[in-house]
Design a protein around this ligand. Structure first.
Ligand SMILES: C[S@@+](CC[C@H](N)C(=O)[O-])C[C@H]1O[C@@H](n2cnc3c(N)ncnc32)[C@H](O)[C@@H]1O
Length: 227
């Protein structure tokens, strides 16, 4: 991580990070992102929402990391089109809450098996006035098919488990993607051995101010044409 950032207000750093990722960001969105990370830090002390407690790490490893996925996903959908997004194993709302702030036309539903986490997201959506952010307390395996345009996870499960549990929630023209650190080749082999989903692309994600490997793994159903 770069040094000497402590003196720069988080909101300014959020704006700089978004711009470095090629995103247009308004003052209101930067305020919302800042306020979301403050809420996360505050309620983490009570509800144990995420293992990261240091504000610097939350800003870079959670907020900037989640921001890094927006531009690659923008290419999938027409600007201003309402799309439905399912964030599976969302924890405290990562990346779902960040996506809802940056893309008001995306209707984001954050799913988690732990109720205090989905309750936190509900509260954050209300405080930040985000009508396009909702949460559901349920295990993804038990959820009725959602027919989503985009199903995403971050630091959630193996590719086999993620596709097993979440593949049926992807709509006909939809996409299934996983945000990961380094992708282990064994994980890909296990997925391919199963023969239902395959990795169609591994896209490098550049996270501002973070020197670590991050990628977006694109999954495709075996037998379906390239989407
Ligand atoms: C490592 S955390 C990642 C949280 C968040 N995506 C992030 O990047 O910080 C994984 C989350 O998945 C949730 N989870 C695990 N199994 C689940 C399941 N079967 N259905 C829904 N949520 C699940 C856990 O409660 C936890 O919040």
């Amino acid at each position: 991580m770069k040094e000497g950032n402590d003196a720069v207000a988080p909101q300014m750093r959020i704006m700089a990070a978004a711009r470095s990722l090629g995103l247009t960001i308004s003052d209101v969105q930067a305020q919302q992102l800042n306020s979301y990370q403050e809420q996360l830090l505050k309620w983490n002390k009570v509800y144990n929402l995420t293992a990261l407690r240091d504000p610097e790490k939350v800003l870079v490893q959670h907020i900037f990391d989640s921001l890094s996925v927006i531009a690659p996903l923008d290419d999938l959908f027409d600007q201003g089109k309402q799309i439905s997004v399912l964030d599976v194993g969302s924890g405290g709302g990562l990346p779902g809450a960040v996506m809802a702030i940056m893309r008001p036309d995306w209707q984001v539903c954050c799913i988690d098996a732990v109720e205090k986490k989905t309750a936190f997201i509900r509260q954050a959506a209300s405080v930040l006035r985000l009508p396009n952010l909702v949460s559901e307390h349920i295990r993804i395996e038990r959820k009725a098919p959602a027919n989503a345009d985009l199903v995403i996870s971050r630091a959630f499960a193996s590719l086999v488990d993620f596709s097993d549990w979440s593949g049926r929630h992807v709509g006909e023209q939809g996409h299934l993607v996983a945000m990961k650190g380094r992708l282990a080749s064994e994980e890909v082999s296990q997925l391919e051995q199963k023969g239902e989903w395959t990795v169609s692309r591994v896209q490098k994600l550049n996270v501002p101010e973070l020197d670590a490997e991050r990628c977006l793994v694109w999954l495709q159903q075996v037998g379906k044409y390239d989407k």
